[in-house]
Design a protein around this ligand. Structure first.
Ligand code: SAM
Ligand code: SF4
Ligand code: SF4
Length: 345
């Protein structure tokens, strides 16, 4: 009973603090535990980041400092399964905190490392569409590893609560790619999430792929239609509509980064989001004097001046911003996604 009650109260407290008192209280942490990767995806700049990586002990310190506030933590990278201590990190979170843990991976090393991450609550993997699209933008042979990973999970008697995918929409994406992901989602029972490519990325390579998001309109209409037919798409309907506005350069949603969401970089800095990891005013949790509250307070001072940064298409802060509207349909869709209701078939 307490295992459900305490996280629920913590979530409510965070929501009230952020929504009504404008205090930073992240429900969700993205924790980038490495920049290293075994892929070089065309739109991703992370493997070129040279910032250092924390030791196991330092990662545990970050977890200790954040656990009284955050409800969910996404362990991400780079490719987090490259870390030899990934099992120790997942187990530490599960045994010393009440946070839900999601492991974010490209699936390349899933079978070799699965025993280490078995204790995670959710697995979140990337798929960009049909094999030719996926391999063209990610890495040759990567698509077959995803399918092997899905087959493996089907037979692994995994006790994880859920399997989620992420598909980046870019100008190489076709409706047949989306249909392919949705067919796999039916076949392997995973929730499929879709996001627009971000241009605010440090390397600028995503700019070479797409200089604007207008290509996304048809794709998002297709996803809205499929969602209304009950396909297991984890973006809420409102989120897909907001992404459509963003594809038309209408930014109606303010940024909630630093309030309901924040990002921890590989070297321990508390950052606004994935797209802005390098601000020199961020505080670092590796510094013994820095508490999580101090680092969050700093974020409120450096939040985007105009509510959103140019070119931002970040999904998590958008999703949390829509959450802050307390929209009943959106909340019921979210609860369904995370398994507290009936999943659409
Ligand atoms: C940075 S990766 C880390 C986890 C793992 N390496 C993977 O690829 O799933 C997390 C997600 O960010 C997405 N991503 C990378 N660069 C992006 C960009 N410029 N715009 C939108 N999404 C991006 C990837 O496709 C992936 O689904
Ligand atoms: S998207 Fe993931 S797999 Fe691809 S380069 Fe970036 S971190 Fe690596
Ligand atoms: S608007 Fe917010 S989520 Fe978007 S890039 Fe800026 S800080 Fe990040």
């Amino acid at each position: 009973m307490m295992a459900i009650l305490y996280p629920a109260l913590k979530m409510l407290r965070n929501y009230v603090r952020a929504r009504y008192f404008f205090k930073p209280a992240p429900l969700w942490l993205d924790f980038r535990v490495t920049n290293k990767c075994n892929h070089h995806c065309a739109y991703c700049s992370i493997p070129s980041h040279t910032a250092d990586e924390m030791t196991t002990g330092e990662v545990k310190t970050v977890i200790d400092k954040t656990k009284h506030i955050a409800n969910w933590v996404l362990i991400t990278g780079g490719e987090c399964l490259l870390r030899r201590d990934i099992g120790e990190i997942v187990d530490y979170i599960k045994t010393t905190t009440d946070m839900q843990v999601t492991v974010n991976t490209n699936m390349f090393l899933l079978q070799e490392t699965f025993e280490k991450i078995r204790g995670a609550d959710f697995l979140f993997f990337s798929i960009d569409g049909r094999e030719e699209t996926h391999d063209a933008y990610r890495c040759k042979g990567s698509y077959s590893k995803v399918i092997e990973g899905l087959e493996f999970l089907k037979h692994s008697r995994s006790t994880m609560r859920g399997l989620l995918s992420l598909t980046v929409l870019h100008k190489g994406t076709q409706k047949s790619d989306l249909e392919h992901v949705l067919q796999l989602s039916d076949q392997y029972s995973f929730g499929a999430n879709f996001q627009l490519i971000r241009h605010y990325s440090a390397s600028g390579r995503s700019q070479e792929i797409d200089s604007h998001n207008a290509y996304g309109l048809d794709l998002l209409d297709y996803l809205l239609e499929q969602k209304s037919r009950g396909r297991f798409i984890t973006n809420t309907t409102k989120n897909l509509k907001i992404l459509k506005d963003i594809a038309c350069d209408i930014n109606i949603i303010p940024c909630y980064s630093g309030r309901l969401f924040c990002y921890i970089t590989s070297e321990g800095k508390v950052a606004l989001c994935f797209s802005r990891p390098d601000h020199d005013r961020y505080l670092n949790l590796r510094d013994k004097r820095v508490t999580f509250e101090m680092a969050l307070q700093r974020l409120t001072e450096i939040r985007p001046e105009r509510q959103r940064c140019p070119g931002c298409t970040c999904t998590t802060p958008i999703e949390l911003a829509t959450f802050s509207f307390f929209d009943f349909q959106m909340i019921s869709e979210t609860l369904r996604t995370f398994g507290w209701g009936t999943q659409p078939k």
